[in-house]
Design a protein around this ligand. Sequence first.
Ligand SMILES: *[C@@H]1O[C@H](CO)[C@@H](O)[C@H](O)[C@H]1NC(C)=O
Ligand SMILES: *[C@@H]1O[C@H](CO)[C@@H](O)[C@H](O)[C@H]1NC(C)=O
Ligand SMILES: *[C@@H]1O[C@H](CO)[C@@H](O)[C@H](O)[C@H]1NC(C)=O
Ligand SMILES: *[C@@H]1O[C@H](CO)[C@@H](O)[C@H](O)[C@H]1NC(C)=O
Ligand SMILES: *[C@@H]1O[C@H](CO)[C@@H](O)[C@H](O)[C@H]1NC(C)=O
Ligand SMILES: *[C@@H]1O[C@H](CO)[C@@H](O)[C@H](O)[C@H]1NC(C)=O
Ligand SMILES: *[C@@H]1O[C@H](CO)[C@@H](O)[C@H](O)[C@H]1NC(C)=O
Ligand SMILES: *[C@@H]1O[C@H](CO)[C@@H](O)[C@H](O)[C@H]1NC(C)=O
Ligand SMILES: *[C@@H]1O[C@H](CO)[C@@H](O)[C@H](O)[C@H]1NC(C)=O
Ligand SMILES: *[C@@H]1O[C@H](CO)[C@@H](O)[C@H](O)[C@H]1NC(C)=O
Ligand SMILES: *[C@@H]1O[C@H](CO)[C@@H](O)[C@H](O)[C@H]1NC(C)=O
Ligand SMILES: CC(=O)N[C@H]1CO[C@H](CO)[C@@H](O)[C@@H]1O
Length: 444
Amino acid sequence: MFRIFFILLVVSTGDCIVIGKIDNNILIGNISKSLWNITESQCICEMTNSNGTISTLNYFSTNQTCQLFYTNSTSIFIEFNLNSSLIFINQSAIFIAQKPTTTSTTTSTTTTSTPTAIQQWTTTGNMSVERCSHTASTLTNGLVLVAGGENSNAVLNSAELYNLSTGTWTTTGNMSVARYWHTASTLANGLVLVAGGNGNSAELYNPSTGTWTTTGSMRVARELHTASTLANGLVLVAGGENGAFLNSSELYNLSSGTWTTTGSMNVARQYHTASTLANGLVLVAGGENSNAVLNSAELYDPSAGTWTTTGSMNFARFLHTESTLANGYVLVTGGHNSSGYLNSAELYNPSTGTWTTTGSMSVARYWNTASTLANGLVLVVSGYNGGSCLNSAELYDPLTGTWTTTGSMSVTRGRHTASTLANGQVLVAGGDGSSGFLNSVELY
Ligand SMILES: *[C@@H]1O[C@H](CO)[C@@H](O)[C@H](O)[C@H]1NC(C)=O
Ligand SMILES: *[C@@H]1O[C@H](CO)[C@@H](O)[C@H](O)[C@H]1NC(C)=O
Ligand SMILES: *[C@@H]1O[C@H](CO)[C@@H](O)[C@H](O)[C@H]1NC(C)=O
Ligand SMILES: *[C@@H]1O[C@H](CO)[C@@H](O)[C@H](O)[C@H]1NC(C)=O
Ligand SMILES: *[C@@H]1O[C@H](CO)[C@@H](O)[C@H](O)[C@H]1NC(C)=O
Ligand SMILES: *[C@@H]1O[C@H](CO)[C@@H](O)[C@H](O)[C@H]1NC(C)=O
Ligand SMILES: *[C@@H]1O[C@H](CO)[C@@H](O)[C@H](O)[C@H]1NC(C)=O
Ligand SMILES: *[C@@H]1O[C@H](CO)[C@@H](O)[C@H](O)[C@H]1NC(C)=O
Ligand SMILES: *[C@@H]1O[C@H](CO)[C@@H](O)[C@H](O)[C@H]1NC(C)=O
Ligand SMILES: *[C@@H]1O[C@H](CO)[C@@H](O)[C@H](O)[C@H]1NC(C)=O
Ligand SMILES: *[C@@H]1O[C@H](CO)[C@@H](O)[C@H](O)[C@H]1NC(C)=O
Ligand SMILES: CC(=O)N[C@H]1CO[C@H](CO)[C@@H](O)[C@@H]1O
């Protein structure tokens, strides 16, 4: 394997920068592509499809143009001036020397401009225990509550809180029972409802006391179900399994502390996904049951209490992700089915009830996470790809329908959680990976 170490050589050639290989010739060639009238952040997103080659892009603030430069060889030549900023797309491929150096081949003065690499992942405090298949909930006070899950020792009843200001975790009250593959929903009054993952029990976490209280039990024991908070405040739990694959769904009402059965889905499913749409309906997609991996999708109507089949996805998938976008569409990514692991992604249009494929991720992945960021992009993190586990991450831009590879985490992980924080960062916690069950946590 050809390993590439880059050093940044800020050299003379007029308004140019040469990034050259340390021990070899500078500048082999370049290919450039321009994009017009875009912002720097759009530029970062537009340029994702560089297809694995070493690439960098240069944003010119003066004419709002972004130019992509890439090569498969050992150097990149970039037109550069003081009104531009240089962004490395594949940061992991490039080692940036701290001090600019000049070379004997230069013919003019050294510029003082240095490219700034985008800050991507940082590690933060570890959880007190390793856990995967847990839940993570962003609380109204800004803390993140992690609950349950499993590791090599046990299924867990413990819970802990992350405080971004300190970058540390503190343990909080234990749940009454150990759970994994449960769901957690933050309610409007700030309590967190945890359901299933160990029979039909449910309990509420109170952030002001740091304690859990048992609430009404679900009508049906379930795990690997979904939980969706409705506009009327009820929580809809759907599908999953308890030895049998479930088509049933039920509603939790906090005022009464009880669950009531509502309509059944048309298809039993586990490992499916669910999201509440702007129109108040809940979209459930994919999953699997004893018969098949599913491409079907259904909509729950809270006013009627019934499920209706809507358009089917182009690919059957389970262990995928589902995210609502600012434009009301729903993005589904990855997963796997009988023909393999998926890098495909598709969009659901609530007005037409149909799915269309959009750009594919650079890597097939399942048991990944997807987080919609404040800037509208969707950050997909890690997951598995066959037997191996990933540490890579990609950003989806709804405006262009394309993916851009972003920085990789320090470790590989799947079955982790990803929580969007009030300041826009994403907290990725736990999971398991090539180094076993994880207590480690990283911030994007
Ligand atoms: C950039 O946008 C401006 C204003 O919309 C337009 O007049 C101009 O033609 C655009 N430039 C290019 C190169 O598309
Ligand atoms: C990306 O790389 C793959 C494999 O090297 C190649 O088949 C494909 O044509 C490339 N795509 C683009 C857009 O260059
Ligand atoms: C980024 O560079 C690293 C190191 O060369 C390489 O292993 C990885 O595949 C690259 N990623 C992409 C998406 O090009
Ligand atoms: C935008 O401006 C930069 C700096 O002046 C220039 O090098 C570049 O060629 C311009 N882009 C286009 C597409 O003209
Ligand atoms: C780089 O590109 C050239 C020209 O397309 C090709 O001949 C060469 O095999 C490529 N090298 C690698 C390592 O892909
Ligand atoms: C930077 O932009 C300003 C304003 O557009 C211009 O006057 C100046 O010449 C530019 N500097 C360079 C180095 O291009
Ligand atoms: C977090 O835990 C890992 C092992 O799981 C350890 O290597 C690392 O040093 C810990 N980090 C901190 C900040 O304690
Ligand atoms: C988070 O930590 C900061 C600094 O110690 C503290 O002031 C703040 O109250 C903590 N937040 C919560 C919600 O406990
Ligand atoms: C929580 O449960 C664990 C065992 O799962 C136990 O070791 C720990 O003491 C408990 N903590 C509290 C506060 O009860
Ligand atoms: C929740 O239960 C309360 C008390 O039983 C009832 O008044 C209320 O209408 C219920 N809410 C919904 C949305 O059904
Ligand atoms: C849901 O599953 C049950 C048990 O398998 C079955 O009796 C029922 O007909 C199913 N309902 C629907 C709407 O398919
Ligand atoms: C150094 C070099 O080869 N630069 C070339 C990069 O590509 C642009 C666009 O094709 C050429 O104009 C440059 O001469």
